[in-house]
Design a protein around this ligand. Sequence first.
Ligand code: ADP
Ligand code: MG
Length: 689
Amino acid sequence: MFGSMVFNESTMQQYMSKSTFQGWKQCLADGTPLPLSVANEIAEAMKEWSVERGATHFTHWFQPMTGVTAEKHDSFISPLGSGKIIMDFSGKELVRGEPDASSFPSGGLRATFEARGYTAWDPSSYAFLKDGTLYIPTVFCSYSGEALDKKTPLLRSMDAVNRQCLRVLRLFGDTETHRVTPSVGPEQEYFLIDKALYAQREDLRFCGRTLFGAKPPKGQELEDHYFGSITPRVAAFMTELDEELWKLGILSKTKHNEVAPSQHEMAPIFTDANTACDHNQLAMETMRTVAGRHGFVCLLHEKPFAGVNGSGKHNNWSLSTDSGKNLFAPGDTPRQNAQFLLFLTAFIAGVDEYQALLRSTVASAGNDHRLGANEAPPAVISIFLGDELMAIVDSLISGKRYQEAEKKTLAIGVDSLPHIPQDTTDRNRTSPVAFTGNKFEFRMPGSALSISGPNVVLNTLMAEELRCFADELEQAPDFEAALHELVVRSLTEHQRILFNGNGYDASWLEEAERRGLANLSNSVEAFSAFLSPKNIALFTTHGVFTQGEMQARNEIHFESYSKRIHIEALTMIDMVRRQIQPAVSAYAANLCSAILTREEALPESSCGPERRKAREISRLNDALDTACTKLEEAVAAIPEGDVKRQAAYYYEKILLQMERVRTEADALEVITAADFWPYPTYIDLLFSE
Ligand code: ADP
Ligand code: MG
């Protein structure tokens, strides 16, 4: 079953000539354009393979700046005359497409007179079959070649880090490695909610999260859901999800219940960053589709419910050579360890240098509810190395002895590192970036995010540090001595980013401030850091983004942040005006008429509880009305123009007022009879599996 819906290498060999297959491989290895004759043969082979499996259409599948994928289906049919058709697919159709793209966000990159966008085949990611359509992974760009998508910069950043890694590897005498590729394994969290209940909540349907909801009597405090036994209905969903993912060649490996009720996780085995990103998008889509078949809705929002954990996406990242070596694996010999320490140092320096940039890649309206809210990592970036590695780094910086090691100080390139046990390091869940034996786990991305953004930055910051290191070391008369000096100097300069303690502790924020680390507590601040001269220099130096592309992206980020909150505010107003207020009025009226009837029948009865409740409801309804009116006024007064100013307004004014509306409504929820409350509560939603 595995990969049965994927046009992978073994299928290619079966369906095309040896020379075509070799031509494709060669073009990938050299990065040269594919001759049209080869493209034609590949297209023919793809068509034959997919038509045999019932396909009638093909689509250029791309990842615009909306964060979700896009597809427009064309059928293979081509008229033959006399009312007949053949199924046809040419190399030209495979290689390039021109979807009418005027409605995709471009941040001003695409002038109105050139509304078209162009898709171009990414031959490094396999085509696949889904629902009778051949899916061709593509990049998406404007007429003049500016990236309008999430795949193009990722591919560029992979090239950039490859170039600089090779320079450094050559310095260590490695002449065999021809390609270094970032490896990525994203762990994906999600919620499953009963479909019928979901349908009754306007907020879930329009915003993907609840805008109201009193805390249930039982939340996650017993921690009985984490790794708990999986209910039959969820198990059936997970089994089918695995099957669907495996057919698509996605290496789904682990599944378990997460901390919050109704929350789960799926983790695949890591692959190259490009495939991992495609697969993560596909996995999210597949989760949604399969959930529907089991009477569930899959929520990928970063914070669907207040008061219980939100969902993240841990991005495990490392660098692998084409011969399968992991550049972050500590080795056995002094030379291997010198190389390991250099790559480690580059990573530490890069994350410190570009912490604000890395932070900005995980910013979104949804993730703002997670980061820094005592459950996900804090909004301050730091790196957790674990005790063993931290002690080694400390001894390098101080020049003092490493305690566990033999009685000498460590000289890079001369001494072996003491053994660094794997996996003792992973348990500090409060750290945004953790070294877990042979990879870094970046824990800030939200569950709904495309992993392209963070990986573009991880790849590029690594490329930049390695570039500087290579520039210096290539000139050094004594490589070993220069290496030692460079590592010690860089670690000393960037040690402020290393932190092994509890990231949730309030004292850490003070300490981080003393260390001068950035604390960008919300998306508006984070997006504002994106366009700094340093970041522009980074991306343009390595050919990952032009300055224009960066400005466009920044504009889109501000805009979509504001749009998300705008929709939430309107949904909130609608629910208050058309659902909550009528419901509580009806309940209050019901109480009042009960009081009147009782007083008539039983004049001696005081109806104390009913009166108190009716009064309290009236009072809260008044407060809710006032708060909601203020929200309506705030929405009516959104400033025109500048996207950043607008986003700031949404953050400072609208979100604050939404909080006030919610407080009153949630207070009403707990005193209104269940029969009258207009939609399912947290109790219903979170315990519906
Ligand atoms: P956990 O974090 O739950 O303890 P692991 O750390 O073993 O689990 O794996 C988490 C994810 O990290 C998986 O997707 C796994 O494939 C991925 N992973 C493992 N090794 C690497 C590596 N060298 N580079 C990138 N990702 C990796
Ligand atoms: Mg992990």
